[in-house]
Design a protein around this ligand. Sequence first.
Ligand SMILES: NC(=O)c1ccc[n+]([C@@H]2O[C@H](COP(=O)([O-])OP(=O)(O)OC[C@H]3O[C@@H](n4cnc5c(N)ncnc54)[C@H](OP(=O)(O)O)[C@@H]3O)[C@@H](O)[C@H]2O)c1
Length: 327
Amino acid sequence: MKVVLPGGTGQVGTILDRALTAAGHEVTVLTRHPERERQIGWDGVTLGPWARAIDGCDVVINLAGRSVSCRYTPENLRAMMDSRVDSARVVGEAIATAVRPPRVWLQMSTATIYAHRFDAANDEAAGVFGGTETGVPDHWRHSVEIARKWERAQREAPTPATRKVALRSAMVMSPDRGGVFDVLLGLARLGLGGPVAGGAQYVSWIHDEDFVRAVEFLIDRDDLDGPVNLAAPGPLPHRDFMRTLRAAWGVPFGLPATRWMAELGAFALRSDTELLLKSRRVTPGRLREAGFRFAYPTWEPAASDLVQRAPGRLRLPRPVPYRSGPR
Ligand SMILES: NC(=O)c1ccc[n+]([C@@H]2O[C@H](COP(=O)([O-])OP(=O)(O)OC[C@H]3O[C@@H](n4cnc5c(N)ncnc54)[C@H](OP(=O)(O)O)[C@@H]3O)[C@@H](O)[C@H]2O)c1
């Protein structure tokens, strides 16, 4: 297949590019800073010569968007919104004007669209959208609003010959440098991987291999369109998530952090505590109904696999259990 990845230079793009290229597909990346072969320049806002790559391709997977790991200042929130809505709109324009439009357009969205909740999981049918929760910082509703407008930009694009799927993805866990797993593992190794603010908030995640397999599944299944949750069936409270990660690496202890310590840490890292504190309890209702089988449905084997694949890391020796008598 010919696959076009707008915004394909980041963490998710790297995972997909690597896997789809290895599977024998022809992958082209749209980026604002083309540097390599198979990369084409675009601005994510206006139609241009880049649209020729979309005309005649089989699949478009749009990943473009300003990183959400930043302080939620008014300028950053505007850039987070505009980069997503504008890129989805212009990808829709390119598909709408193509002589040979792609068969399917997968548009990245996010599991953050759902409410901060602990009581039940959000699937696509019964899930509750966020934005009206009480007792959470006011600015959290911005992320939900961004996700909703992002999805709307795809939904409203007039592309009748192209099936559209919105990928409501949880955090994609891959061992690549700079990804979310790398950051969490780094904290765990420093002894800082304890529960944050009590750790009752749920973490939804998906192993990189399952993310790629789910994307391939959705490309193949002509009967599936609209929003689809990409999350392992086993979301778990943050404290258990981090305990399992520490065990996978062999770190016995993780310093707990209070909410204000998390605020301070996020400030130092120029990030926002929403990424740590929002309870994301999301399950893959539609994928499961459609018969998708996860290779890593639960966190323990997933964490263990990711730790084994973490590059260039000197593993700390596991403590040797004490045994009396001769060895
Ligand atoms: N990573 C996850 O676990 C996860 C989970 C759920 C949803 N998502 C969403 O999935 C998308 C891809 O995630 P990612 O982790 O790969 O993100 P990423 O590493 O930040 O990469 C996103 C890409 O978007 C492009 N971009 C950034 N600002 C842009 C702008 N103003 N206009 C046009 N393009 C822009 C960049 O490409 P160039 O600089 O090369 O143009 C960048 O490589 C993001 O929208 C993210 O919010 C990610």
